[in-house]
Ligand binder design. Structure first.
Ligand code: PBG
Length: 325
């Protein structure tokens, strides 16, 4: 039985019927908005390659968080810029670091927002790598304690969720143990489980001033050619105590999002990263694509692939658009 009995266009005749049979729906309640916190006061510097995204001091962060809350976006993820970088990324765990102060300030403002923090060293190390370096090698085990201390400092400041993005082996377990030892059992871990070594992080490294000063991240972030290995990474992170897992970047890895969704019964997040954002912004500015249309299409695609949660720099715009749609 085929045409003319079957006419798929019947279910596309008008918006009411299209909406009734729509399989994937975008909503604001699973969006996380990334923000960059820097030292100082009244600082708000736009990132050149990421129009609309700023490096901001704590006071400005709180103001933008009010806006985020009002738009109905439920969560922010904070990245920090230190006062001072050093070999070991010491400031990542400083009680009065920019991120730690921002978390506390958001809590004080009593905003209805989940505060997620990125746990990594690359913004804090002088060499820009995500771990301790010795003779050009990125050391795994000595890095774990520093990461765990950083996560603990975020929990102490009031973070709801910590998200390790360094890709050292064993860091989820190290962080879970540290949090539990200090009475932070309720703090959840969102593991950047399948994080690929990607060219799409370029603009972020400008925003976070975190480009590696020598070499690249291929000895710890995943090879873009590998899919099965992503499932192994996810399984390990879940064994170590991750509550939720992330695939990153999103667009070139939709197959990975789908595979993780099918294999594991935990919330899956996808990070629509800085390079993906910058490409859309650049094309839209040139009038080459309709920004609203392509952003909604991209996010729908990421959700259709199986993501429950999407981290995206478009979050505020999407919330505005969904309100009027
Ligand atoms: C830190 C980190 C990076 C991103 C999130 N956490 C950069 C990197 O690994 O180099 C990238 C986010 C983005 O591109 O939007 N390790």
């Amino acid at each position: 039985m085929t045409f003319p009995t079957h006419r798929p266009r019947r279910l596309r005749r008008n918006e009411l019927i299209r909406s009734m049979v729509r399989e994937t729906r975008l909503s604001t309640d699973a969006l996380i908005y990334p923000m960059f916190v820097c030292p100082g006061e009244k600082v708000r510097i736009e990132v050149g390659s990421m129009p609309g995204i700023h490096q901001q001091s704590v006071d400005q962060i709180v103001e933008e968080c009010r806006e985020v809350e009002q738009l109905g976006v439920p969560a922010v993820i904070l990245f920090g810029l230190p006062e001072q970088k050093d070999e070991r990324g010491t400031e990542a765990a400083a009680a009065h670091g920019a991120v730690q102060r921002a978390i506390a300030a958001i809590r004080r403002a009593q905003l209805k927002l989940l505060v997620v923090t990125d746990v990594c060293l690359c913004e804090y190390t002088s060499h820009g790598h995500c771990g301790v370096v010795q003779e050009g090698a990125i050391l795994n085990d000595p890095t774990l304690e520093i990461l765990a201390e950083a996560a603990l400092s975020h929990a102490r400041a009031g973070a709801d969720i910590v998200a390790p993005s360094d890709m050292m082996d064993g860091r989820v377990g190290a962080i879970r143990r540290k949090l539990d030892q200090h009475g932070f059992a309720p703090v959840a871990i969102l593991a950047y489980a399948a994080k690929y070594c990607s060219g799409f992080y370029g603009p972020f490294r400008e925003a976070a001033q975190s480009a590696p000063q020598f070499g690249d991240r291929r000895s710890y972030q995943m090879d873009p050619a590998n899919a099965r290995e992503a499932l192994k990474e996810v399984a390990l992170d879940l064994d170590e105590g991750a509550d939720m897992v992330m695939v990153k970047p999103a667009l070139p890895y939709l197959d990975i999002i789908r595979a993780v969704r099918e294999r594991f019964d935990v919330p899956v997040a996808a990070y629509n990263v800085s390079g993906e954002y910058a490409m859309v912004k650049a094309a839209a500015r040139n009038g080459w694509v309709d920004e609203q249309r392509v952003v909604l299409e991209i996010l729908t695609g990421i959700k259709r692939a199986g993501a429950d949660i999407v981290l995206t720099y478009h979050a505020k715009d999407v919330a505005r658009w969904l309100k009027v749609c």
